[in-house]
Design a protein around this ligand. Sequence first.
Ligand code: ADP
Length: 185
Amino acid sequence: MSALVVGGAMIEAVRGDITREPVDAIVNAANSTLLGGGGVDGAIHRAGGPGILSECRALGGCEAGEAKATSGGELRARFVIHTVGPIYRDGRQGEAALLAGCHKRSLEVALELGARSVAFPAISCGVYGYPVHEAAPIAVRAVAEFLRAHSGIELVRFVLYSPEVYREFEHALEMLRPSPGRERS
Ligand code: ADP
């Protein structure tokens, strides 16, 4: 596990299965229909039961960069925050801003719900094709910026399924750590 304190809150990166996280809210890397898909989306709906999909049907989809919440169904988390990451093309189509926006909007929704602990997967790093070495620093920075500007969330945990993805998030957290001789960006 890797961790960093930002604005009185903790950002962690761990390896694991996000569907088992005992946090207040888990974030789903959904698609714009919000009607289920593969990857982490499929895993969340399988573990959380059909009630989540019924709630999703009432939400009317979701644009990339936006986020909408349902209950956590049968999950340990009380809420699922469904966000839609960008599909990666060449990195010059506004992907970074959309990816940062997903994280920021998800945390805004978490605050509205009163969630104090939130878990994120590696949004867009699966079938949406975002290179993880580019996505990890964007995700970690977006969360750090949010936590510096808002109080109320105590823990943000990135829960990464594969060792390669975990290593990139660990590295991105390390780069945010203030250290003597390195300028903080
Ligand atoms: P996207 O469509 O946004 O790319 P994917 O679900 O295809 O989303 O992949 C996002 C990331 O989630 C990938 O790194 C994938 O390995 C990871 N993932 C898949 N299942 C889980 C899970 N149960 N817990 C955490 N991460 C998962």
